[in-house]
Design a protein. Structure first.
Length: 272
């Protein structure tokens, strides 16, 4: 459901490009200001033929607690150090001169290990809220123009969503391996007439591999546009079709020889 809630914001992001570069803090845009919770901005951009991805995130509740701990720590420092770290925080967010962050790095290195780890964690939260896209060094004014190929914003998945999706995929694979994955080949080998069995098995294998390739190629685009639930619904529909076909359209072959099965189809053809 998280993927299906993502919104195309390519036009809004492209409007923020200045001097063939993009430098934005997600908190300063309406993309985050209008959201009810933490959001993720994903940008696919290119200079010339080279495409790259940039991402920015607003703070999750866990990240907010990191910032709160860092702020409490900063309040215990002397006034001059506190002022320097406040300026560094603005620089990490893209709102101040980056040189200030370099000066603050020397101060952070002199802190106790626990304090240094807390400040570094807060720095990562601030930098994660910012996207800075610039031409490669040496490209010059005649370099390729920045193009925003795709940009979307949406809620950040919770920590359990990835595990749930992995478990569902594993469940489908396990069920397939003891069901259609094995039984379909047994059914084909028993139900196909002897004269076309080898050709029929080859055609079935070709269709099987082609279908698997199509599903693998369509998986990520479908998930990106509609969410994982659409793929699971598709697989559930395929399972229902398989169950109906196996139950109502395929004859029972238990305890019968291949010759008896072939005569069964011959009688069915004669009746028709």
């Amino acid at each position: 459901r998280f993927e299906s809630q993502r919104v195309d914001v390519r036009a809004e992001v492209a409007a923020l490009v200045r001097d063939n570069a993009l430098d934005l803090n997600l908190l300063d845009t309406r993309l985050a200001q209008s959201a009810a919770g933490p959001v993720q901005l994903t940008i696919l951009y290119q200079y010339g033929a080279r495409q790259q991805v940039a991402e920015a995130y607003t703070a999750t509740p866990e990240a907010q607690s990191v910032l709160a701990r860092a702020q409490a720590l900063v309040r215990t420092l002397p006034q001059d150090q506190r002022a320097l770290l406040d300026q560094a925080r603005a620089a990490w967010s893209g709102r101040a001169d980056p040189a200030v962050a370099d000066s603050a790095q020397q101060l952070i290195a002199s802190l106790a290990p626990d304090a240094r780890a807390t400040i570094d964690a807060a720095r990562r939260v601030h930098t994660a809220q910012r996207i800075a896209i610039r031409p490669a060094e040496g490209a010059g004014a005649g370099g390729a123009a920045l193009e925003i190929v795709r940009a979307s914003v949406g809620p950040i998945p919770d920590r359990n969503s990835g595990m749930l999706a992995a478990l569902c995929i594993a469940g489908f694979i396990a069920a397939f391996s003891i069901g259609p994955g094995v039984c379909v080949w047994l059914a084909l080998s028993e139900l196909m007439p002897t004269r076309i069995r080898s050709v029929g098995m080859g055609v079935a294998l070709l269709i099987n591999q082609g279908t698997g390739t199509l599903i693998a190629g369509a998986f990520l685009p479908i998930v990106g546009n509609f969410g994982y639930h659409m793929m699971f619904l598709f697989w559930a529909a395929c399972t229902a079709v398989y169950f109906i076909t196996a139950t109502f359209f395929l004859p029972e072959t238990k305890g019968q020889s291949l010759e008896e099965i072939e005569r069964l189809f011959a009688r069915s053809g004669a009746v028709k």
